[in-house]
Write a protein that binds this ligand. Structure first.
Ligand SMILES: [Zn+2]
Ligand SMILES: [Zn+2]
Length: 357
């Protein structure tokens, strides 16, 4: 059977166009997937707003955005293990499988990898072919909307693992967006860091309050006393704000870390960021970047989501606002809303979900 996919491509900043693609057959090892729900990630906003490096915009567009989501199996090759109709989480990373990093179980660092909405087309399509070994069936009891956040949750799990945080540590997460929230949740849930030693630092009260029952929120625009109290006391910090905020947050990290403390960097900068090198040297601080995640983190994320308590806490970062994507105007409207710097999402919490009917 022949299928025709509608693809919503970003052709230039702020401009989507519709493309049609004919899919004639499903190759061996592949599935034909139909996206059901996806969410907008901050990394995609950089493409939409044209804030990515000009070279990347030039070589990567046109491209379908969206890399967090779930899909339904519409067709499969004969040898496939999953049934038609199965709902799956899509791992947006396809590693090369051959390089030094892939062979060393570090597929998230593979430099030849295809990653949706970065170096390959993403989920903003009605149908697409994908390798069967890069999807995971959604376990019973995990609802589709929450499963959409498996990718950001897997990123938080990877970063937490890389931090080496232990019980007894003081942990600070900078950034009140979904990744910051999930890092705080993972620190509490997996790391058993008590609320008195777990700080979520941000600028929007409505977002910070989501973690109030398992962490101590600090609004860095007004809670100066609390910020002062943790000065040079933090063992592990996560920087998950990035963007324009980086100029302030990196300085904040250097100040709140105790000598010998460690920072995991997850946020993506806009341009160069000034760093107080002397303070880092004199305090013996460790900075480590963390990017993407591995299949094992997806498996762990779905396992965790089977708990109704954990699932309900993840659900808190789903935006109240939903968009149904029928055409490119719907997609444009959704991206404008989800912009945390200029859109309504600046103060309203949560990942904005998009439904593909
Ligand atoms: Zn993401
Ligand atoms: Zn590789």
């Amino acid at each position: 059977m022949e299928f025709v996919a509608k693809e919503f491509c970003l052709v230039e900043p702020f401009k989507f166009a519709l493309r049609e693609r004919v899919i004639e057959h499903v190759p061996k090892g592949f599935l034909l997937l139909k996206p059901i729900v996806a969410s907008i990630c901050g990394s995609e906003m950089l493409y939409f707003k044209g804030e990515k490096e000009p070279e990347k915009l030039k070589t990567r567009l046109p491209m379908c955005l969206l890399h967090e989501g779930v899909a339904e199996v519409v067709d499969a090759d004969e040898g496939a293990k999953v049934n038609i109709g199965t709902k799956v989480v899509v791992n947006p990373l396809i590693p090369c499988g051959e390089c030094y990093f892939c062979k060393g179980q570090l597929e998230n660092l593979c430099q030849n990898a295809k990653y949706m909405a970065a170096t390959a087309d993403g989920l903003a399509r009605t149908l697409f072919l994908y390798p069967e070994d890069r999807v995971l069936p959604i376990p019973d009891g995990v609802d589709l909307e929450v499963a959409t956040l498996t990718e950001p949750l897997s990123v938080a799990l990877n970063a937490f693992e890389e931090s080496g945080a232990r019980i007894g540590n003081s942990v600070a997460v900078i950034g009140d967006g979904p990744i910051g929230y999930l890092l705080t949740l993972v620190s509490s849930y997996i790391g058993n860091i008590p609320p008195t030693k777990l700080y979520l630092i941000g600028v929007a009260d409505e977002k910070l309050s989501l973690a109030r029952d398992f962490a101590s929120p600090i609004n860095s625009l007004k809670d100066y006393l609390m910020l002062n109290e943790i000065y040079e006391k933090i063992d592990i910090a996560f920087e998950a704000a990035g963007g324009r905020a980086h100029k302030i947050t990196i300085k904040e990290v250097v100040d709140i870390l105790r000598p010998g403390g460690k920072c995991i960097l997850l946020g993506i900068s806009m341009g160069e960021v000034p760093v107080e090198v002397n303070k880092i040297v004199n305090k013996g601080l460790i900075f480590k970047g963390s990017t993407r995640s591995r299949m094992s983190h997806y498996i762990k994320a779905l396992e965790l989501l089977k708990s109704t308590d954990f699932q309900s806490k993840v659900r808190r970062i789903i935006s109240m606002k939903r968009f149904i994507i029928n055409d490119i105007d719907d997609l444009t409207e959704a991206f404008k809303y989800a912009d945390t710097e200029e859109g309504e999402s600046r103060i309203k919490p949560g990942r904005v979900l998009l439904y593909f009917p």
